[in-house]
Design a protein around this ligand. Structure first.
Ligand code: ADP
Ligand code: ADP
Length: 247
């Protein structure tokens, strides 16, 4: 029983302008793979290959038009909003642009993930129980940011911001983490720290990570398995060793 089973997945977006000759274009088509607890999977491919469409389908930010997504034994392909809520607690998503509230501190951003924007904006850490604060410190520590807990998000480097985002998503205790180009804006050193942080979560917590990248070198270095997409189709799946002759 796999944690995630993607079967023949496809997505066609409606043409943006009606009357355009293109009609509906297929952004993703016939993609199948599985993922297990603790696996570190990277998805590589050029811009427009469908990487983001794939992750956003799994997270059900968008609804696939073909195929099925089974998460933890449950078909979530067409789940409605209410039922998606339960599933969303277990599926975390990380984006390229961090999505932090910049005038709040690191610790407030992480608490915000759990307690809601309004409470975080109220700003006073007094709103939170000692247990919540302790737990937040532990998470920031886990991503290597214990000493930056009280620093405002806008004073952190890009890599640190991304790790705050990761800590925030850990608040929900996800089984799987979907990361859409998490290091695309980062320098190599920060990228490495983010990739190492994600890898640690797979090894120590058994979280499954699926990470979209356009940097092949990082995929080769960190993945257990690499999935190659091109023009919406899976063109490769294998270990870094198997990928090396092809890239
Ligand atoms: P990427 O970072 O994958 O290259 P873009 O920067 O092209 O993606 O797209 C940014 C946003 O615009 C995304 O939310 C994407 O879904 C949306 N988008 C991309 N292409 C189109 C399109 N042809 N029509 C409508 N929205 C699009
Ligand atoms: P990648 O993440 O690999 O860059 P995407 O999944 O963003 O690829 O895009 C795959 C294809 O789908 C591209 O042709 C893109 O323009 C198109 N696309 C993405 N989002 C939208 C959207 N919201 N509406 C229409 N087309 C989109």
């Amino acid at each position: 029983n796999h944690l995630l089973v993607i079967d023949d997945l496809g997505k066609s977006y409606e043409a943006r302008r009606r009357g355009a000759a293109e009609g509906t274009a297929s952004a993703l088509s016939g993609v199948s793979f599985t993922a297990d607890p603790g696996e570190f999977i990277t998805v590589i491919g050029p811009s427009g290959a469908g990487k983001s469409t794939l992750l956003r389908s799994i997270n059900r930010l968008i609804e696939p038009t073909e195929g099925t997504i089974t998460f933890d034994g449950r078909d979530i392909t067409h789940l409605g909003r209410g039922k998606l809520r339960e599933v969303h607690r277990e599926i975390a998503m990380i984006f390229q642009n961090y999505n932090l509230v910049y005038r709040l501190t690191a610790i407030q951003n992480v608490l915000h993930g759990r307690l809601g924007y309004k409470n975080a904006l109220a700003g006073s850490l007094g709103l939170y129980t000692e247990e919540e604060k302790l737990r937040t410190f532990e998470l920031l520590d886990e991503v290597g940011l214990g000493e930056f807990a009280y620093r405002r998000a806008d004073q952190l480097s890009g890599g640190q911001k991304q790790r705050v985002g990761i800590a925030r998503s850990l608040m929900q205790e996800p089984k799987i983490m979907l990361c859409d180009e998490p290091i695309a804006s980062l320098d190599p050193k920060s990228s490495r720290m983010v990739m190492e942080t994600l890898q640690r979560l797979t090894r120590q917590r058994g979280i499954t990570c699926i990470v979209n990248l356009h940097q092949v070198d990082f995929a080769l270095e960190y993945s257990d398995r690499i999935i190659g997409l091109r023009a919406g189709q899976k063109v490769f799946e294998g270990t870094p060793d198997e990928a090396t002759p092809q890239v």
